[in-house]
Design a protein around this ligand. Structure first.
Ligand SMILES: [Zn+2]
Length: 439
């Protein structure tokens, strides 16, 4: 299980100069330390009052050719490569000060930024890092054919398939993103462009700083550049570099597996937006709905008169309602104080699925007790079929336990269909069978 991780910033200020891609001007970039929970902010030293822009997805402005963020009328362009390097090298908090509207392009890779970060050093701070844990698959699709799927994983992984026009230069690579893997395998991969895409931009003089020194130009089957390809699959590596940079706009470290097919800045940004939305939803989540109290249900005391179970094995807090004779809904609020979280698992608390089955069995038992209307016979859990665990349950979740009687044979046997629901999604289900015996 992962040990707690702390936020990091750079050890000292470090700077480097170079050419801006779009304007061709000289620009100096200074990387400076920042306090905990600051995040990454860009500072425009060249403008009056030196405004800053938060590297957050809500500040994303455009994604054509490069990623541009802005606040008010202030913009910074082509932020994805430096954000990629900062994120992958483990820098959570920093100020990126520039005297122009975009960072120096370097050689079109993230190499210059990795060198800069190493020059500045990376130091731990005393607050824990913020993570976005992928709990269930998410995906975005774009008209360009881009598809991004995000799957649960305890590491940050990217599996990427890149394909150019007519499937030229189709490449695949799958890897975990760590500072070491990024520095060796991803950071040196350069930007590549298709000749047919850049020709009109060159005509309009929109990429004044662009040259074969900071991009690979693909013309037909040929890859033109100042130096030979750094990897046979350099293009897919650069696609991974861009994904890391664009997803850094989420502002949290992602624990999940990104499966990307023909990704681009637009699709990457859309996934970042979806993650930010999901994060907002999670942060705002309180009890998912009003929980009824009163005569229609049973409080804990009444539940304990029916069920013999006691702490730590009573898995029903309250019955919130019956529907006719055959249906019951109960709730169980899961807190971090549940004894099973101490061992399941330290640092990564997930409610054991078998405890959900137990909760379903207890809710069903209450239903059967009401049905038999006698306390001289007691229901015994006989079998569990069609058991499915669909989603993990975490501390803070409230489980709605639904049980329905589907078959009863006199006072001898009963079959129930049960579901556990969290936030309107089924997290587990089972068919439970009971037999009745005299006490
Ligand atoms: Zn790029």
């Amino acid at each position: 299980m992962p040990a707690p991780e702390f936020q990091h910033t750079v050890g000292k200020t470090a700077s480097f100069s170079g050419t801006a891609l779009h304007t061709g001007d000289k620009v100096t970039l200074k990387l400076q330390p920042a306090p905990v929970d600051h995040g990454i902010k860009f500072k425009r030293k060249d403008l009056q009052d030196e405004p800053t822009i938060d590297a957050k997805i809500e500040n994303l402005k455009t994604v054509e050719r490069a990623t541009t963020i802005g606040e008010g009328s202030v913009r910074v362009h082509t932020v994805e490569h430096i954000l990629s390097a900062l994120s992958a090298m483990g820098v959570d908090n920093a100020v990126v000060e520039m005297d122009a509207n975009e960072p120096p392009i370097g050689d079109g890779s993230a190499q210059a930024y990795v060198d800069l970060i190493k020059k500045a050093g990376v130091t731990a701070q005393d607050e824990p890092r913020k993570f976005f844990d992928v709990r269930e698959p998410m995906h975005v699709e774009a008209k360009t054919g881009a598809l991004l799927v995000l799957l649960p994983d305890d590491k940050f992984r990217i599996s990427c398939t890149q394909a150019g026009p007519n499937n030229r230069f189709t490449q695949f690579l799958s890897m975990e993103i760590t500072p070491t893997s990024f520095e060796c395998e991803i950071a040196p991969a350069r930007t590549f462009v298709y000749y047919e895409d850049v020709e009109p931009l060159m005509d309009k003089n929109l990429i004044k700083g662009g040259s074969l020194e900071n991009a690979i130009v693909v013309r037909g089957e040929a890859a033109l550049s100042k130096e030979p390809l750094r990897f046979p699959d350099e293009f897919v590596r650069h696609k991974i570099l861009d994904i890391v940079g664009d997803l850094a706009l989420v502002g949290r470290r992602i624990r999940g597996h990104v499966v990307a097919v023909k990704p681009g800045h637009a699709a990457n940004a859309e996934l970042a937006r979806a993650l930010a939305r999901e994060q907002t939803r999670r942060s705002a989540m309180s009890a998912p709905r009003a929980i009824p109290i009163g005569d229609s249900g049973l409080d804990t005391g009444e539940v304990m008169k029916i069920l013999p179970h006691r702490y730590p094995f009573l898995m029903v807090d309250r019955v919130i309602g019956f529907e006719g004779e055959n249906k019951i809904t109960a709730i169980k609020s899961i807190t971090i104080n549940e004894p099973f979280f101490q061992g399941h698992f330290p640092g990564h608390p997930v409610m054991p699925g078998v405890m959900q089955v137990e909760a379903m069995a207890q809710a069903a038992s209450i239903l059967l007790f009401k049905l038999t209307k006698t306390s001289s016979r007691v229901g015994y859990f006989m079998s569990a079929d069609e058991v499915k665990f669909r989603k993990p349950v975490f501390p803070g979740d409230t489980i709605f336990i639904h049980a329905e009687l589907t078959r009863a044979r006199g006072n001898r046997m009963a079959k129930t269909k049960c579901y556990c629901v969290v936030n309107d999604a089924i997290v587990s289900e089972a068919e439970l069978m009971f037999t009745f015996l005299d006490k």
